[in-house]
Ligand binder design. Structure first.
Ligand code: URA
Length: 208
């Protein structure tokens, strides 16, 4: 992890004018959390509260995401890294446009390469489609693809990639909430198996 590279990246995001979203934003939202996190969450784009504060997932959807991270994964929000595929708020919370994703996603790619997470969770179809296609995987749709842990290589990094519903979608359609919770339970299992294989490696190392 290089602080210099991180500083440069954050500075670039804060001053970015690569697409027209800079005209409407109050604050760009680069992301927050541990820069050596095992698990990284990638949402869609900042909403109103995020635009106001410069922090990701701090509105209603963020409250649900934080509850899932803390309640199901047993982690603190500060222990993971949370970001979005698009770093500035689209006006009236419209979907990000293809062109905006194309111009903004290189920042996400740099974040992934710096963090080298073991697990990436795509929240919602925009980040899911982008990340699956970057890994050379075919994206179909969320109802088919959610909750599957896919071991793949992304930018030379071995990662487990999982797509799930965006927390805002689960707030809007309450029937999605149990599915989201089930996916987080899958994630919890994956995290535990990560801990176990680390423990095994440590024991092996102690013997050598
Ligand atoms: N929705 C997102 O996708 N990202 C945020 O940061 C907030 C809401």
């Amino acid at each position: 992890m290089s602080d210099g590279e991180w500083d440069k990246l954050i500075e670039e995001i804060l001053n970015c004018r690569k697409c027209e979203l800079y005209k409407y934003r109050r604050n760009p939202v680069p992301g927050e959390g541990r820069r050596d996190a095992d698990i990284m969450f990638v949402g869609e784009a900042p909403g109103s509260r995020e635009d106001e504060t410069g922090k990701p997932f701090v509105g209603a959807a963020g409250k649900l995401l934080t509850e899932l991270i803390e309640g199901i994964l047993g982690l603190k929000r500060e222990e993971v890294y949370i970001t979005n595929i698009v770093k500035c708020r689209p006006p009236n919370n419209r979907d990000p446009k293809e062109e905006e994703i194309k111009r903004c996603s290189p920042y996400l790619v740099r974040q992934i390469k710096l963090i080298k997470p073991k697990i990436i969770v795509a929240l919602g179809r925009h980040s899911a489609k982008f990340l699956f296609e970057e890994a050379g995987l075919k994206w179909r749709n969320m109802s088919i693809m959610h909750g599957k842990i896919i071991e793949t290589i992304l930018y030379g990094i071995n990662v487990k990639l999982m797509a799930t519903y965006h927390p805002a979608a689960a707030l809007y359609y309450p029937k999605l909430r149990p599915k989201l919770e089930k996916d987080f339970n899958m994630l919890k299992k994956t995290l535990l198996s990560l801990d176990r294989s680390r423990e095994k490696r440590k024991t092996l190392f102690d013997y050598l």
